[in-house]
Design a binder for this molecule. Sequence first.
Ligand SMILES: Nc1nc2c(ncn2[C@@H]2O[C@H](COP(=O)(O)OP(=O)(O)OP(=O)(O)O)[C@@H](O)[C@H]2O)c(=O)[nH]1
Ligand SMILES: [Mg+2]
Length: 421
Amino acid sequence: MRANLLQDRKALLLAVQTPDISDADLADSLQELEDLAASVGCRVVGKMVQPRARIHPGTYLGKGKLEQAKASMGNCGTDLVLFDNNLTPSQGDNLERALGEMVMDRTQLILEIFGRNVRTHESRIQVELAQLEYMLPRLVGMWAHLDRERGGIGGTKGAGEKQIDIDRSLIRQRIARLKKELRHIAQERHTQNKRRSNCFLVNLVGYTNAGKSTLMNRLTSAGVTVENRLFATLDPTTRVLTRENRPPILLSDTVGFLKRLPHELVASFHSTLEMVRDADLLLHVVDISHPQYEEQIAITEEVLREIGAATNPRMLVFNKTDRLDDKLTLRVARKRNPEAVFISALQDDGGELMAHINAFFEKSMVTTPLLLEYADYGDLSKIYKWGRVDELRYEDDGIHLTVTSTPANLERIRSQLPAAR
Ligand SMILES: Nc1nc2c(ncn2[C@@H]2O[C@H](COP(=O)(O)OP(=O)(O)OP(=O)(O)O)[C@@H](O)[C@H]2O)c(=O)[nH]1
Ligand SMILES: [Mg+2]
């Protein structure tokens, strides 16, 4: 396990409120930053906001506010400053010097959390790739001080600049290697998925901490890690949801979404998210006990659009209903989302949700009569494998069947059994 540099740090949260950010949005954003900090073991000891017409290009905050921040840090023993917005490399550099403590922006913090939660080879590569992609354009800021200190001689490259060239090329090489490895893993998964092509694929999606993994465990006893912290799940897990169905239904759990998810992460988790795009049904899990659940729905929809899953059929699943004291939230949500399912993944048995899932797939199935000649009797098992046999009659000319399945699977039956009509 890698060392957690952030464990037990006392953090000050800093944000600039530009005119386009409402008080409510700012409060939510800071709360989320605090939750992110808590999930790496930091304690937030203070929050400061500066209303400004625009972010200061050099130091993000104005000079006066910066001094105020430094004074407050001294009083609280703060040893980490977290910025709600992303910093440019030079802002980060300037702020670290001005404040004298470790400075991190939102993206860096999220990358750090992902880094801590990797469990498999694949997610380790994905996170490292995102970290390197984030670092690459920032190398200038990291080394520029070397040249500044030497005064830089016109025409020749300074030591810092040379160092940047070396680092850049090393990082690019590493990025290329990681990408190649990810492609290889994705290919293997593709082959695996092909084997599953006669199954229905259901994927859990939703905001981080909504209860996706809890629901996965409830429905399939998959034993996926459940934790009350953000981004507990990074690796996809797939299990059989029902064997009784023809075709069987598989359920996958995957990484959660978040507002302003760094685009480097979305890009490097591409192959994981591809599974979401391939799903026949998305279960969009929502934590209804969260005060901003409606915004979280909108953000999840936005990420789904970004990854090309805008048109996949989906079902809204409002979770954590047991945490609601007031009936009003539930009533409003039911009224606004008459098609949605309301559950508590902790307390319910999931039966109602299963009924909805089955009904959804039932709608896309087709029922057709088939005639199988006695000479092909051995192929009956294929029909049972790819479809549901509703009726079976032995007559003089062969076996008369009524079979229900997806159009694709019925096509498969017909093409594999020349005698089936
Ligand atoms: N009260 C209550 N808590 C729940 C329910 N479902 C999940 N939780 C809790 O919510 C927290 C997050 O649950 P997870 O299942 O890890 O959430 P997730 O959506 O998989 O989160 P990430 O993997 O981080 O995206 C855990 O502490 C769960 O015990 C529920 O129905 N009721
Ligand atoms: Mg999870």
